[in-house]
Design a binder for this molecule. Structure first.
Ligand code: HEC
Ligand code: HEC
Ligand code: HEC
Length: 371
């Protein structure tokens, strides 16, 4: 028995040394220009699929992936972050990505091979040794669900549907209030704004859906600080950070001023809101909650407060609630302004979060109370 074990040990050892010498000799070609041998391709494919299946089994339950806002947000990001490698219904894969090995598959025909949780897991974690990147803001484990919701729709999507979802209503004539302002922007700022408008619209209303926060009429100083925080990595978002990175301060200021100057109509207030919840929200906003040490929001958020503090009136309820939850799990960001806010809302309960977001979503700033 001992002899058999020794022989097996020697054979394995010799194989390891042989493998090492083969790699060290440089004879194995890592050229992406040549396919692997079929058994090697099979082996890597099998290992990748098994790893994804096993790990995705531990992913928590998805949010409602039929939510149109989630799908629209995911589509906006797909165009920037995935289409350059995986292609889109309106353009095929680009010739450079087709020469990667493994080549990123044309996803509009492949996403259906995976379950919701697997699509989420791949988007959040990426695939090692394949060139498939992980989510750019690892603190934001909520965001890849938007991409998964979009991927769920992608198989067989028409080019028109794709353009509507990923580019929004980008024709500036749709947004009358933005027109005069646009004429004053210089060429480079206008080009950047064209990209912002895919998601936020030229008027900062984001097409009126809760897919994107309302920027129209927000304080310019707040918008500027938020953009700079994304650009420098101090505020976490795998969607906004790549968009803002690399833009210089003067462009960020121009964009902030542009959106602050807009007066897009407000979306209709949330339908059939529970009156008791609304009343709780109004009370908390005005006076806070002494028992749990939550301060009055109105002490910092209001028309004549520090302009680096955002206005909340008319903001989408789901966006407000999501942001409050981010602070509660330390995932919003790491800037002095973000820390001020985090300390204020740490002790909110889930019911209080729902009440406050509903309250602010249906409030209007004083000067536009009749809007
Ligand atoms: C730099 C190029 C690149 C980018 C950008 C990229 N991927 Fe990938 N992706 C790949 C590669 C390479 C693979 C691996 C293919 C393989 O091993 O078969 C892959 C695999 C996948 C798969 C598994 C597909 C299959 O059926 O094999 C999914 C799903 C996926 N990517 C989604 C995304 C999403 C969503 C994004 C954007 C958030 C994205 N990818 C961004 C390169 C990229
Ligand atoms: C792919 C879609 C997309 C594009 C393009 C985009 N945004 Fe955003 N933006 C978002 C999403 C989603 C959020 C919410 C992110 C979060 O949760 O932090 C956001 C948040 C913001 C915020 C923070 C708002 C607040 O109330 O805190 C600002 C400011 C902003 N975007 C400005 C811009 C500007 C300016 C551009 C162009 C340079 C731009 N965005 C391009 C999707 C987009
Ligand atoms: C001590 C001052 C202070 C108090 C009190 C405060 N906030 Fe804030 N709030 C801030 C600051 C500062 C920011 C901007 C954070 C940043 O830029 O990262 C902010 C941001 C926010 C945002 C993000 C808005 C957006 O557009 O992304 C929400 C939502 C919010 N606060 C809700 C509340 C609620 C609800 C309360 C009351 C329970 C509250 N805040 C109390 C200072 C405060």
């Amino acid at each position: 028995m001992r002899r058999v074990l020794t022989i097996i040990g020697l054979v394995l050892g010799a194989q390891a040394v042989g493998g090492f010498l083969f790699a060290w000799s440089g004879l194995y070609s890592i050229a992406a220009s040549k396919e692997h041998l079929p058994p090697v391709t099979w082996f890597f494919g099998m290992a990748m699929r098994s790893s994804i299946e096993t790990h995705a089994a531990f992913v928590g339950d998805p949010p409602d992936l039929d939510d149109p806002a989630l799908i629209r947000r995911g589509a906006g990001h797909y165009e920037d972050g995935c289409a350059p490698c995986h292609g889109a219904p309106d353009v095929g894969r680009n010739p450079i990505s087709r020469h990667m090995l493994p080549a990123p598959p044309f996803l509009p025909g492949h996403a259906g091979d995976w379950t919701d949780k697997q699509l989420y897991w791949i988007t959040y974690n990426g695939i090692k040794y394949a060139g498939m990147p992980a989510w750019p803001a690892q603190a934001r484990d909520d965001e890849p669900w938007a991409v998964a919701a979009f991927l769920r729709r992608l198989d067989g999507m028409s080019a028109e549907e794709y353009r509507r979802l990923a580019f929004g209503e980008t024709a500036p004539d749709g947004d009358r209030s933005a027109l005069s302002d646009l004429a004053m922007l210089d060429g480079s700022a206008r080009e950047v704004l064209d990209n912002c408008a895919r998601c936020h619209g030229y008027d900062g209303a984001g097409g009126g859906t809760a897919a994107f926060p309302r920027l129209s009429g927000q304080n310019a100083a707040y918008l500027f600080h938020a953009l700079r925080a994304y650009a420098e990595g101090g505020r976490h978002s795998g969607i906004m950070q790549p968009v803002a990175a690399g833009l210089d301060e003067s462009i960020l200021r121009t964009l902030a001023d542009h959106y602050a100057g807009q007066t897009a109509p407000y979306p209709p207030p949330p339908a059939d809101a529970d009156p008791a919840l609304l009343e709780l929200g109004a009370r908390l906003a005005e006076s806070g909650d002494r028992d749990t040490g939550v301060p009055a929001c109105s002490g910092c958020h209001g028309e004549d407060r520090d302009p680096r503090y955002p206005r909340l009136d008319g903001q989408h309820a789901s966006y407000i609630a999501d942001q409050l939850r981010l602070w509660q799990r330390d995932a919003h960001g790491d800037t002095p302004l973000s820390r001020i806010m985090g300390a204020a809302v740490r002790n909110l309960t889930e019911e209080q979060i729902r009440a406050l977001s509903l309250h602010y979503a249906q409030s209007r700033p004083r000067e536009t109370a009749d809007n």
